[in-house]
Design a protein around this ligand. Structure first.
Ligand code: FES
Ligand SMILES: [Fe+2]
Length: 412
């Protein structure tokens, strides 16, 4: 639970165009509110289809700081559940990927089928009705191989995101891609500082010397490249090979394709291709980057030869879990078509550099001398947009509480 009045006071004290207050980045009530009221009403990227290759494949992960399970059932459908047994609440599956014919609780062996239905457990008495104790389902949507969940009973509309971003993603064949690498990192910073950092490149020239070589770090407003003299030719070439450029924009997402710096055909330190087999329907290497981002916690890039997915999940007021995944062509062979160390090098460095920046930011925000500072109207427009989104989502949650907390406790 959280002190809703305190959160409301803090939101009302916010000055538009400025960072939030210290409490918004550090307070335990605000953190509980963020998880329960904001994150649990948002669509969160949970995993990718490639991680669920067969019936019984599952991914045990986190969403809004809460353990969840994503499972492929015997019909091939993907389902999501709270990872909490309906007996006395034990976590059913430890975090990670696995495969099981049934989901068996390690505590007293209550057993669920892949649809989440409980099989009649022993010693529960003649009147026990197993049909009342299936796993608690979570809303789940798949779009072009990426699986999103929402913990709310009434999730935001997904259809406009599907309609506008789906065609941009479709040629990238992400539904067939394989996960070549995954990394996690714990940053000692509030999730909002992690995402503010992820929504701007104001810090990139000095903070990310390797990324800055190929990534257009000085781009002005919100990945709008229309002033770039190379853009018209890029757009024309993409149109010719059937790769839409967007942009697509909605209340909690944005997507657009843009050119990388001259001479760069991949997000690599030298610009060279990292995977021998292109991961797109056009079979092209030089297609710039399709960037898509979702509030509160995702940004992704699909270049010609791979895709990189970034997401985060809150752990505590000043700790955030960051996950990076690299997707490649399903037939690309490690050691032959790509080298994992080379594939992951750029974003690994970038993420570690960002971790240091976020932790530096958190330490300074914790200072008694911290006062909210102004965002750059040019270089930090997406940060301001993220904070605006957060404040609006937070106000909406305060004004219209829903039984999400009941869902989080698994009693709904
Ligand atoms: S808590 Fe799962 S079987 Fe008892
Ligand atoms: Fe960064």
């Amino acid at each position: 639970m959280y002190d809703a009045q305190k959160v409301r006071r803090l939101l009302e004290a916010r000055k538009p165009g400025f960072t939030l207050s210290r409490e918004m980045y550090s307070d335990a009530d605000v953190f509980a509110f963020d998880c329960e009221a904001v994150w649990s009403r948002s669509w969160l990227m949970a995993c990718v289809e490639a991680e669920l290759p067969q019936a019984g494949s599952y991914v045990a992960t986190r969403a809004a700081g809460s353990p969840i399970l994503v499972v492929r059932d015997r019909k091939g459908d993907i389902r999501a559940f709270h990872n909490s047994c309906r007996h006395r609440g034990a976590q059913l599956c430890g975090e990670g990927r696995g495969k099981a014919g049934r989901l068996v609780c390690p505590y007293h062996r209550w057993t669920y089928d892949l649809t989440g239905a409980l099989l009649p457990p022993p010693r529960m008495g003649p009147d026990f009705d197993a049909s009342l104790y299936g796993l608690t389902p979570i809303a789940c949507e798949t779009l072009e191989g990426l699986i999103y969940v929402c913990l709310s009973e009434s999730p935001p509309d997904f259809s406009a995101f599907r309609r506008t971003v789906g065609p941009l993603l479709a040629p990238h064949n992400l539904a067939k891609a394989k996960v070549a690498a995954e990394q996690t990192l714990i940053e000692k910073g509030n999730w909002k500082l992690v995402m503010e950092n992820a929504r701007e490149c104001y810090h990139c020239v000095t903070g990310h010397p390797e990324l800055s070589r190929g990534f257009p770090v000085s781009t002005g407003v919100a990945f709008d490249f229309s002033d770039d003299p190379r853009f018209a030719a890029f757009a024309e070439r993409m149109g010719r090979i059937g790769l839409p450029i967007g942009p697509a924009d909605g209340p909690w997402w944005q997507a657009a394709r843009f050119p990388l710096n001259e001479g760069f055909i991949s997000l690599s330190e030298t610009g060279a291709q990292l995977v021998a087999k292109p991961l797109n329907a056009a079979g092209e290497s030089d297609i710039g980057s399709l960037r898509w981002a979702l509030e509160p916690n995702v940004f992704c890039h699909a270049v010609g030869d791979h895709a990189f997915l970034f997401s985060c999940d809150p752990i505590s007021p000043q700790e955030t879990l960051v996950t990076g995944k690299w997707l490649v062509h399903p037939e690309a062979e490690e050691g032959v078509d790509y080298d994992v160390a080379a594939l992951t090098d750029l974003w690994t460095r970038t993420n570690l550099q960002d971790r240091d920046l976020v932790e530096t930011n958190q330490r300074g925000v914790n200072s008694l001398g911290f006062r909210p500072g102004p965002y750059s109207p040019e270089a930090e427009i997406l940060v301001a947009r993220f904070v605006d989104w957060y404040c609006e989502a937070a106000k909406a949650a305060l004004d219209a509480p829903t039984p999400t907390s009941a869902i989080l406790r698994g009693v709904a």
